[in-house]
Write a protein that binds this ligand. Structure first.
Ligand SMILES: C[S@@+](CC[C@H](N)C(=O)[O-])C[C@H]1O[C@@H](n2cnc3c(N)ncnc32)[C@H](O)[C@@H]1O
Length: 253
């Protein structure tokens, strides 16, 4: 089977994935052993990252999952099936938009729009569709060495106007652990230096990075960072609850 057909086949199967054992897993060992017997397509196949996202969604009482950059819909489907949340996503490329719509056909709780991400986020905010605490997965990135428009700072400035939210940024450089891959646009990496002014300007003073080594996780070794405006998450992280204890905080200057 060629790679494209194989990927589509696995995506189609992921539409029916139940994730019951993964939801019940309480330790890294149980989480990683789930992956040996099951397909896991979302979040670059990074099952530890997915577990942390689920924990953040549960603790913050996440109401909806919002993704930018659907591609073929792998994380879109996984977010709906694994996190049990309604999902809004967007995709700028016509080809990827059509594929992601086909992959999610008849999944009523998933809506994918053909739009650039800042316009999509503004529309969701204006239509009041986000309810209490949306979980944002910012992944509208082209390629590792692209020269195209990177919407990340515009996305952050829209989201940070909300009272409560959780944000996960994919493809971000993790300090002191370059084994996690990250994206570079026109010579500019997605990293703390790139984002910190925009975040501080919106009174976000702390962000979080994985504190485990990249090769512990499954799937593609991609870096990420997280930030939130959620009292529940502040408290749970300070208590060191599993799996939030796999994130270390970083004070922005
Ligand atoms: C890395 S892929 C997303 C992968 C997907 N989130 C997943 O986990 O399976 C990035 C996608 O973002 C799309 N994209 C790039 N810039 C965008 C923009 N400004 N608005 C919306 N989508 C964009 C690209 O066409 C591409 O399909």
């Amino acid at each position: 089977m060629n790679t494209f057909v194989h990927r589509i086949y696995k995506l189609m199967r992921s539409r029916r994935e139940q994730y019951e054992e993964l939801r019940a897993a309480n330790s890294l060992k149980e989480i990683l052993s789930y992956r040996t017997n099951h397909n896991f397509m979302g979040f670059n196949g990074q099952i530890i990252r997915a577990t942390i996202i689920r924990k953040m969604a549960n603790v913050s009482k996440g109401t909806v999952f919002v993704e930018t950059g659907a591609a073929y819909g792998a994380s879109t489907i996984c977010a709906h099936r694994y996190l049990c949340l309604p999902v809004y996503s967007c995709e700028i490329s016509l080809k990827n938009f059509i594929i992601s719509r086909i992959m999610t056909l008849n999944m009523k709780a998933i809506k994918i729009y053909r739009s650039s991400s800042p316009m999509f986020l503004r529309r969701l905010c204006n239509m009041d569709l986000l309810s209490e605490c949306p979980i944002f997965y910012l992944d509208a990135h082209g390629g590792a060495h692209g020269k195209e428009y990177l919407p990340l700072l515009d996305e952050i400035s829209i989201i940070a106007e909300l009272d409560q939210f959780v944000v996960i940024i994919d493809d971000c450089r993790v300090p002191h652990e370059d084994n996690f891959g990250y994206d570079v646009y026109d010579g500019i990496a997605i990293d703390i230096d790139f984002m910190q002014r925009a975040l501080r300007g919106k009174k976000i003073n702390k962000i979080y990075f994985p504190n485990y080594s990249a090769d512990l996780d499954t799937g593609f070794c991609r870096g990420y960072c997280v930030f939130w405006r959620s009292r529940e998450l502040d408290r749970a992280h300070s208590r060191g609850d599993f799996s939030l204890n796999l994130l270390s905080s970083y004070e922005l200057k």
